[in-house]
Design a protein around this ligand. Structure first.
Ligand SMILES: Nc1ncnc2c1ncn2[C@@H]1O[C@H](COP(=O)(O)OP(=O)(O)OP(=O)(O)O)[C@@H](O)[C@H]1O
Length: 468
């Protein structure tokens, strides 16, 4: 079958790989250093190299460069137990076929090996890199979950496809989006965060699409919108699950055509941005209950990166906590005690890394000694509390939201006709009055008092709704 060269200094890994791959009929040779592997490369002429990153002497990434120079078409699977974002990106950019995280199960290995052996050389990732881009907003964490995220970022960065990042609030979605941009071919162009729900309804279109001079009072000049500002770069759409049905339609059109028309203009303009979207909502469920357009969902969700909540990767807490401490205490006067780490690991962190950062910053600023102990950690330091149980009011709120969306959806272009307010009152007022009249045992005066309106107003409204 095939000749496979395994380069790893851990004898148990070499043994396990040798057993599994020989069983599949491959001939396996093992080297414990990169130098030895490179010496034997030509003679062995392997069909595949499996290369560990941390090796004594020359490391795996440096060895990868030499392997690519001497055996350009031989696929290389890079393996690591200590992955960080830079390693993952470097491995993929230097032409690794796959990036496997240890510990791996043997099925995973067999699958990767088979794919690598049957790949066409065009599948090998490009070795062009976006250059050594500055490490701003560094992503930290060494948990398996974070390492898997580094791998996703490395694999998708250069592919220029839309990415959907999901995860609870404060898990680092924007940081991941920025990293995808930073390692992409668009890195030298702008990264434009766009949080549509944060805009006032009246300005959202001019913010997104720009406006022509004189389009409305105060529009003294032509102004380009955020989507045009992102031209040749990346637009990051935060909170995508919270945009109105009519904007969903407009956005879909822009994504399909890559053309925008500024408000008050009839000159469409091309814009070529890469789309990265993020949400803390369950978009699949929203598609199922028709509150999010299915066609838009498929357009956004070409590659998905899910970020688990911090409470599911508590291994990352010490490194994050230390980083946040240094931000407010650059001289390193305060240290983190074991009891503090233990306390931090127990917390539910519903506000995730953002909440951890706030707690740590407060604790460092409040501490009088050189050490943060468990009792220095503020108890409730964030407004984000345990999600409460669903209340009847939540259903009411949801019903109102669904009703508005339903009205918009029943219009072909998602635009709402006027008269929504009256239609809403016509549906809801009779129900409200009925319930309150039941409470007051039919006594209208009492009902009006409960409602907080005048008796005559109640009578008029009941008449209007033909409630006699
Ligand atoms: N892995 C990480 N390493 C270092 N800092 C992190 C990490 N994850 C999150 N942070 C920090 O936590 C804060 C929140 O991150 P970010 O804004 O990216 O979260 P988000 O998921 O986009 O939040 P939201 O859903 O509320 O918009 C930021 O200060 C960010 O720098």
């Amino acid at each position: 079958m095939s000749r496979i060269l395994v380069v790893d200094d851990e004898p148990t890994i070499c043994w396990a790989l040798q057993q599994a791959l020989s069983e599949d009929g491959h001939t396996v040779t093992v080297s414990s250093t990169a130098e030895e592997a490179l010496q034997n490369l030509e003679q062995l002429s392997p069909d595949l190299v499996m290369l560990d990153v941390r090796l004594p002497g020359m490391d795996g990434l440096a060895a990868l460069n030499h392997i690519r120079e001497r055996a350009a078409t031989t696929p290389v699977i890079v393996m690591t137990a200590f992955g960080d974002l830079e390693t993952a990106v470097q491995a993929i950019h230097r032409g690794a076929f796959e990036y496997l995280l240890k510990p791996f199960d043997l099925d995973q290995v067999t699958h990767a090996v088979n794919r690598a052996l049957t790949h066409s050389s065009s599948e090998t990732p490009s070795t062009e890199t976006a250059g050594n881009v500055a490490e701003t907003g560094q992503l930290l964490g060494s948990s398996p979950a974070m390492q898997a995220i580094y791998r996703h970022i490395a694999l998708v960065a250069d592919q220029d496809v839309p990415v959907l990042i999901t995860g609870e609030s404060g898990t680092g979605k924007e940081l991941v989006a920025a990293a995808v941009h930073r390692y992409s071919k668009r890195a030298k162009q702008p990264f434009i965060p766009v949080c549509i729900p944060a805009f006032n309804e009246s300005v959202v279109e001019s913010e997104l699409f720009g406006h022509a001079r004189g389009a409305f009072t105060g529009a003294v000049d032509h102004r380009i919108g955020l989507l045009e500002a992102a031209d040749r770069g990346t637009a990051f759409f935060d909170e995508i699950g919270d945009i109105s049905p009519s904007l969903q339609v407009k956005l879909l059109r822009v994504l399909e055509s890559k053309v925008i028309t500024p408000v008050g203009s009839n000159e469409p303009r091309q814009t070529d941005f890469r789309l990265i979207a993020a949400t803390n909502r369950n978009l699949e469920a929203m598609v199922a209950d028709q509150s999010f357009r299915e066609d838009l969902y498929y357009r956004l969700n070409v590659y998905q990166i899910q970020i688990p909540p911090l409470r599911e990767r508590t291994e990352d807490i010490p490194i994050l906590a230390n980083k946040f401490m240094r931000a407010v205490d650059p001289q390193g006067r305060v240290t983190l005690s074991d009891s503090a780490v233990e306390e931090l690991t127990k917390r539910p962190w519903h506000g995730n890394v953002r909440e951890l950062r706030n707690v740590i910053e407060q604790a460092v600023l409040a501490t009088r000694s050189g050490q943060l102990t468990a009792d220095c950690i503020p108890v409730v330091s964030s407004s984000i509390k345990q999600p409460r149980e669903a209340q009847p009011l939540d259903n009411l709120e949801q019903t109102v939201r669904d009703w508005v969306r339903h009205c918009a959806d029943s219009q072909s272009d998602g635009e709402l006709d006027s008269g929504l307010y009256d239609a809403f009152l016509e549906t809801t007022e009779p129900l409200l009055f009925e319930e309150v009249l039941q409470l007051s045992k039919g006594n209208r005066q009492e009902a009006a008092k409960i409602l907080g309106i005048h008796r005559q107003t109640l009578r008029d409204k009941m008449k209007k709704h033909q409630m006699d």
